[in-house]
Design a protein around this ligand. Structure first.
Ligand code: NAD
Length: 484
């Protein structure tokens, strides 16, 4: 394990919804990995609170099975798992009633950080906040972690912010967007602001356009009913893609501190232009031999919710006027991949004469798979035959470049939870940011609802509807291939 890990302060972390899917797949195995890395001090305690009746032992068995199922082979170390499980306990708590709350309050120790992770449906956030207050746990140092979705539109996000603000200050509220916890996303800031190389070119004068792609191969699976109420715009663009766009487009903050960074992100969101209907393409995946189509998955043949969306987005500020951002995300696509491609303009004049098929420099920031950075540069094709140019990638996979250190890159959730304990809000969304993102998203959605827009079909395993390709082709540009 890496020696640079600095233990966080002692804490009591309460996970509401500790028996749920997110806790089982991400939060609890992630906490075990932080324990293994040495980041968790001896005095750390984790208390799961959920509706079903369990005792501590049953809950520990549940976590052991979760680590077995979702942890990699090298972390299956029985002694360590036992030592981690010793820190866990369980309380049956009803978010909407009084059951379990006094017991939970009694379990919390004095003089340690108190963090409450709301890993339950958003309909319970207000109940949890009210009861934490009522049972004396919402003190000035407590922190709450709130899962997505944060609202369904501007009105509901505002209401949620107001509900939480009844008992907690903004400085105590950690709204998770797990994309911000990804190593590469933070690297985006390091690359931009830690090097002199890119920043002078980082504007409309030198950048032709930017593509942000988040592609999934899975369909909506068992979440059809939930997903159909939201769709790709609400589920992915309003939060994850918007956050990526902010980090690419923001001005350099004066310091790497939470409010300085979030102030700059907020300015980006506020500079977004409304989206023209012709610059939006929505789609629904069709069926293939093994899978049903979207409409069957959501059990509603009349659904107009999109499982794919592509948008051309403009920013009205000095840095970006004239450089479009193309965003796309969808399910059942060819590969599971997330990347940002910064496509630079061609040199103003080619001293080598016309060079057929040559494209300019491209900086690709890969979020998954194989997190890394790739810069495409032009060189001379080796050998005789004159000055023929060829593009080659300067490719840096974090795993290859950083060796064993990169092996220990924490998963987004683990990193973010440790940031909560450290009290660092830089990688969490502030209330005004979330509201600004909805203020931009709402009219786009209302627009297509009013027009009665029907999503286009697309083939599973493709890169989305044909019209999405056209969105770029008609500007003389092309999407990068969706590939793993
Ligand atoms: P889930 O349905 O699997 O689990 C819900 C948990 O809440 C269970 O532990 C249940 O006991 C508890 N619960 C329900 N009603 C309760 C009540 N009245 N009192 C106390 N506890 C109660 O849900 P999930 O998939 O784990 O999702 C949790 C949250 O995380 C949701 O807000 C979801 O949108 C968000 N989220 C989930 C994922 C994911 O991959 N599962 C990803 C991103 C965000």
């Amino acid at each position: 394990m890496v020696s640079r890990v600095i233990p966080v302060d002692p804490f009591d972390l309460v996970i509401f919804g500790g028996t749920g899917d997110l806790a089982r797949r991400k939060i609890l195995p992630g906490l075990y990995r932080r324990f293994l890395s040495g980041q968790m001090p001896d005095e750390a305690r984790i208390i799961a609170a959920a509706r079903s009746e369990h005792d501590d032992q049953e809950f520990r068995d549940f976590v052991r099975a979760a680590i077995d199922e979702f942890g990699s082979p090298e972390i299956q170390i029985p002694d360590q798992i036992d030592a981690f499980l010793d820190r866990l306990s369980y309380v049956t708590v009803d978010a909407r009633g009084d059951q379990g709350w006094p017991e939970l309050a009694k379990k919390l120790r004095k003089k340690v950080v108190h963090a409450f992770y709301f890993s339950v449906g958003p309909g319970l956030f207000g109940d949890l906040a009210d009861r934490l207050h009522h049972y004396g746990m919402a003190d000035a140092d407590a922190r709450i972690v709130v899962e997505k979705p944060f609202g369904h539109d501007l009105a509901s996000a505002r209401e949620l912010n107001e509900t939480l603000a009844r008992h907690f200050d903004e400085g105590q509220i950690y709204r998770i967007d797990h994309y911000l916890g990804k190593e590469t996303v933070q690297n985006l800031m390091a690359v931009r602001f830690g090097n002199i190389l890119f920043e002078p070119l980082w504007n409309a004068q030198y950048i032709d356009h930017i593509q942000i792609t988040v592609a999934e191969t899975v369909g909506v699976g068992g979440r059809g009913a939930y997903y159909d109420k939201s769709g790709a715009m609400r589920d992915m663009v309003q939060n994850h893609l918007m956050q990526l766009l902010c980090l690419i487009a923001m001005e350099p903050p004066s310091h790497f501190d939470p409010d300085a960074v979030r102030d700059e992100k907020l300015k980006v969101i506020r500079a977004l232009d409304p989206v023209e209907p012709a610059e939006i393409v929505r789609g629904q995946y069709g069926a293939d031999e093994d899978h049903a189509d979207y409409l069957a998955d959501v059990e509603d043949r009349s659904s107009r919710t999109e499982s794919f969306i592509a948008l051309k987005v403009h920013l009205s500020n000095w840095r970006w006027k004239g450089t479009p951002f193309y965003l796309r995300t969808g399910k059942r696509l060819r590969a599971r991949t997330s990347e940002i491609a910064v496509v630079f303009k061609d040199p103003p004049h080619s001293i080598f004469g016309p060079q057929e098929g040559r494209r300019g420099n491209v900086l690709v920031i890969r979020l998954q798979p194989n997190e890394g950075i790739n810069l495409r540069v032009t060189i001379k094709e080796p050998g005789p035959g004159g000055m023929r140019l060829v593009e080659v990638p300067l490719d840096m996979s974090f795993k290859e470049a950083l060796g064993p250190d990169a092996e220990d890159i924490p998963d987004a959730y683990e990193r973010l939870i440790m940031d909560v304990i450290r009290g660092n809000q830089t990688l969490f969304m502030r209330g005004d940011e979330v509201e600004a993102a909805w203020a931009w998203t709402d009219p786009v959605i209302h627009g297509w609802e009013e027009r009665g827009d029907i999503p286009r079909g697309y083939d599973p395993g493709s890169s989305g509807p044909e019209d999405a390709l056209m969105l770029m082709h008609r500007d003389g540009r092309r999407w990068r291939e969706v590939k793993a």
